[in-house]
Design a protein around this ligand. Structure first.
Ligand code: IMP
Length: 190
């Protein structure tokens, strides 16, 4: 990317926008944010969902874009709700999911970032964070499953963390840091 040219993050989620903006700002990188809902295909594969959604965003905006797709994979539930996290959140809610989880409380939050229109191929960056499902919701920050997810290495749920602290632990923080590294380090070596 030439200096001064900005990537556009396309999302309908203001929390994701805040988190990703903070990550870019911490590296002194400017970012455009475009609030819009992109097409979300039905798939068990987060990367496939992110890829189609980035193509949709690019077709609409016609400039280098990226999108992010995430899901919570609970071990005892064989990875459920995974790619269906959004639907499960709006139907069962946190309490509904908590009722399904028994003794084994291990879970992984996964994030996939897909950049489209920047180079001659889509770029995918992934970030995972392992953790456990809390016994009951705690904290008032963030969104979605934040109040019930405790990342490994912390005693707090993601909802008990500031944006900067969540970014240090989170799946999204990990995926976006890989994107930033690619943009401003690895790419120069190609
Ligand atoms: P999306 O498809 O990437 O928007 O994410 C699917 C669902 O997963 C969202 O509706 C949220 O409920 C949940 N989710 C995704 N990322 C996070 C996060 O960082 N914290 C908590 N919940 C999340």
């Amino acid at each position: 990317m030439s200096p001064g040219e900005k990537l556009t993050f396309v999302t309908s989620n203001r929390h994701k926008a805040r988190e990703i903006k903070a990550l870019f700002r911490s590296q002194n990188v400017k970012l455009n944010i475009h609030f819009a809902k992109t097409m979300e295909i039905q798939s068990e594969n987060l990367a496939e969902i992110a890829l189609f959604s980035s193509i949709d965003a690019y077709n609409y905006l016609r400039r280098p874009v990226f999108v992010e797709d995430a899901g919570l994979f609970v071990e005892e539930l064989n990875g459920f709700p995974g790619p269906y996290s959004s639907y499960v959140y709006s139907t069962l809610g946190l309490d509904g999911l908590l009722r399904l989880v028994g003794k084994n409380r291990k879970a992984v939050f996964k994030s996939v970032v897909c950049v489209y229109g920047l180079v001659d191929r889509p770029l995918l960056f992934t970030g995972n964070v392992s953790g456990v499902i809390a016994p009951k919701p705690r904290g008032k920050h963030g969104f979605g499953y934040d109040p019930i997810f405790i990342p490994s290495g912390s005693g707090k749920t993601l909802a008990e963390m500031s944006v900067a602290e969540k970014n240090r632990f989170s799946h999204r923080g990990r995926a976006v840091r890989k994107l930033l590294r690619w943009l401003y380090k690895d790419r120069r070596k190609i």
